[in-house]
Design a binder for this molecule. Sequence first.
Ligand SMILES: [Fe+2]
Ligand SMILES: [Fe+2]
Length: 421
Amino acid sequence: MKTVPRSRSFATRRPTTRRPAKRTIDIDANRRLLNNYRYVEHEAMLHLAGWLPRAATFELKCEMGRSLWEYSQHVNSLYLRLREIQSPAFQKPGDQALVTLMAEVLHAPDEFAFASGLYRVVIPSLISSLENHETATFPNSDQPSVHVIAHALLDLRAQLTRAEPILAAAEKAGKFTPAARAWERYLWQLLAACGGVSGLDRRRPAPSGTPSCRVNFVAPREAARDERFPNRLGAVGVRPTEEQYAEHTFDEFERYSTEMLAAETVALVLFAVRGMPWEFEYDTARHLHDEVRHCLMGYEWMRAHDVDPFKSPQFLHIYKWRCQFPPLMQYCMLTMGNEVHAFPYRHRRVKAHEASGDKLSEQFVRYDIADETQHVRFGKRWLPELIKHLGEKRSFEQYTTEVLGVWEREYRTGKFPITVE
Ligand SMILES: [Fe+2]
Ligand SMILES: [Fe+2]
């Protein structure tokens, strides 16, 4: 029998000695690392909720709201991935040093110490862990993780690009106290003790104790504003009628510029209520960030009309007034009081702006209506759950009716009685 010589093409189909690049992250390490990233961003998100009302610097406050919302996006993407490879999807990391680091981040002595701990210590370490993970895992087998990581990196790098000039400006203005410097050093030590967010770097000994600059964090009952806001407790006063189009429109967007107060109340609710399903925190993060954007929408409108928004009254007593009530009641007053009742007015404003050919105002209000529709939906979805979770005995209907009675008497009348100091 004649032997058929092997063709060249056959020879090239034989397995070669080439091996895939060595992958240092196997599936078990992958699960542990993704869990670390989720934990770090989830904790950062809740800490930001606590700090947002307390941060006075306007640009930092806005960045906190945006970062918080971006973390919620990443936590959600990581949650969707983690639930495919571990159960339950949300797990406390086994590494106590990482848990300690993230717990300590909250107890910063002031807003710049908190921000530098987050944006100069924790997030850069998270970024370098993600960068390593992106290339050290199996690119095809673990592609869903790579996708999450690549998108998170985009946000996190942009976040540092926005946050760093705010911190640098504060340093230049002499606002970084020795306590803030000591705090940043302490967090570096805690980070080194856990070998970075990934735990893969060389570990150093943990600091022997907590520094004297540490301040045990307490949720703020008053909202802070920086020195550019001279009018913090403005009286609500008489508003121009809707028939006075130009005056009323100015008033309308000046009110938008004060919606930081709504963001601050939602932040307090998010910080205070624990143990609810993840979807509640996810929706609440969006609600919070929307209110920051509504505030910025007011700023954008006022600046487009050559008006300085920092001179507008801030009505900070409204936050203080709401803080007298439990978080559940604050959330109920905001969603079922303020937000439910705003729609007829907002729709009238769209018509008025259309009639006057004011395209910018019309667009802004229509986007606001879209967001506020979601906020009411969040309230209707989560209030019954919150009522059960927090042990409130009244039904949703009865509870809401009674809370709205207080809202009518104290908010709508503009009295805002402060009875608890
Ligand atoms: Fe709003
Ligand atoms: Fe809202």
